[in-house]
Design a protein around this ligand. Structure first.
Ligand SMILES: [Fe+2]
Length: 108
């Protein structure tokens, strides 16, 4: 089936990310290595031009050490943009059965 679709069983090189921040919707995505031979034949149709980036090879041991890696290592720059989630209204005060408030005020 992959052959009929012009796809390859190999996926292009990529790395996965889950990016989150308080009061923002989390994003699960991946970045692909620019120049990979399988970018145009991804078996799962996951590549998008906006997700294809340069991974820069770093050969200097001091630079790798700065990132807690061994040489050679690769770095990539990418701006992830998260959508802000609307603020929730403040929670109503919670009352328990037996409190002196009326039953209509119970909030669970
Ligand atoms: Fe993957």
């Amino acid at each position: 089936m992959l052959r009929a679709l012009g796809r390859d069983p190999y996926r292009p090189a990529h790395i996965h990310f889950v990016v989150s921040a308080p009061r923002h919707a989390a994003v699960t995505t991946h970045l692909f290595v620019k120049g990979d031979a399988y970018l145009d034949s991804d078996a799962v149709f996951g590549t998008k031009e906006s997700l294809v980036v340069d991974f820069v090879r770093r050969n200097a041991p001091e630079e790798a050490k700065k990132h807690g890696a061994r040489t050679p290592c690769y770095t990539v720059e990418y701006d992830f943009v998260l959508r802000r989630v609307a603020e929730l209204p403040p929670a109503a005060p919670r009352r328990l059965p037996g409190d002196q408030e009326e039953a209509a005020d119970l909030v669970f």
